[in-house]
Design a binder for this molecule. Structure first.
Ligand code: PLP
Length: 307
């Protein structure tokens, strides 16, 4: 590489038709994505040089785009190509790859009309970082049921991916203040929803249950539900009360940024022997083994970096 060649080793981004090193990827202050959190996104991971469930992430991204009436003017095929290229440029074999669309800057100065904006498409690949640190996953995460409820789905549809995290962030501060790793939120009727960047599951007998409300339809959640039958487990999408949570045999969380992540405590309840439960651990091991076996994997073409 010559001295003047861009350095993509910390990550590569696509913005406004140009590929730039991640440190140069910046949002203008007038973009409604910044001023009104008027943005949607999705994140897919790459392990061993291959995307996991890329098509599921693209499908969900399009659902979010439609739900928020965002149209970045980029086709699904073009998005797939750009996502491949940011990974190829970075050279990363294990990465998080984000796709975003912001409302953009109004064409008419000062306009408050969302129709006056040209929506953007941004993509980037960065090195992998787990939502819950690997050493915490090993001992089982300690979760706090936050006192702040999840924002009503009538105000914010949780199945459309968004950055409106004020409730999660308040919950995380509360969890940290009280010595927990992270927070999970109930809805205003007291049913379990999700946490900051992950879905939640409880295990009761052979049932593996995840909330039917107030949560993103996670791609990792889908993988867990898919894997249950072959492990002799019954996947259930249903309501979970606080008492169900306390009465569960095991609890785990699930996200692209970490996979299946076992928990060992919720509030003052300690599950099993204060370590990841056997079913959570089996699901975690199976999830990662399936990656190695090529389940839903799409190889990145690293030669694209040259084009
Ligand atoms: N819930 C929320 C609020 C999230 O932000 C995420 C992922 O970022 C998830 C759940 C997990 O979804 P996925 O498994 O598709 O990453």
């Amino acid at each position: 590489m010559s001295d003047t060649a861009p350095d993509f080793s910390m990550g590569a981004a696509y913005m406004n038709g140009v590929y730039v090193p991640i440190a140069e990827a910046k949002i203008p202050i007038g973009d409604w994505g910044f001023t009104h959190s008027d943005v949607t996104y999705d994140v897919v991971h790459v392990t061993d040089g291959a995307f996991f469930r890329l098509e599921d992430h693209l499908t969900r991204f399009h659902k979010s785009l439609d739900g928020y009436r965002l149209d970045p003017g980029v086709t699904r095929d073009e998005m797939r190509e750009i996502l491949g290229k940011v990974v190829a440029l970075s050279g990363l074999k294990r990465a998080f790859v984000a796709m975003l669309s912001t409302r953009g800057i109004p064409r008419v100065y000062g306009s408050r009309d969302p129709m006056d904006c040209d929506n953007t498409f941004i993509a980037y690949a960065v090195p992998w970082v787990d939502v819950i640190k690997p050493e915490v996953q090993e001992r089982g995460a300690h979760l706090l049921v936050a006192s702040v409820p999840r924002i009503s789905p009538k105000s914010l549809d949780p199945t459309l991916k968004n950055y409106m995290w004020r409730d999660f962030t308040r919950g995380m501060f509360e969890a940290k203040d009280k010595g927990f790793d992270t927070a999970i939120l109930l809805d205003q009727e007291g049913y379990l929803t999700e946490g900051a960047g992950f879905n939640v599951f409880i295990v009761k007998g052979t049932k593996v249950i995840t909330p039917d409300r107030g949560a993103l339809e996670g791609v990792t959640r889908l993988s867990v539900l898919d894997l249950c039958p072959e492990l002799g487990l019954e996947p259930v999408i249903g309501p979970i009360t606080f008492d169900d949570l306390m009465d569960a045999d095991e609890v785990f969380t699930a996200t692209t940024a970490g996979g299946v992540m076992p928990c060992s405590r919720v509030n003052d309840r300690i599950y099993g022997n204060d370590r990841p439960g056997p079913i959570s651990q089996t699901l975690k091991d199976t999830y990662w083994r399936k990656h190695v076996e090529g389940w839903h994997m799409t190889p990145v073409n690293y030669a694209d970096a040259e084009n």
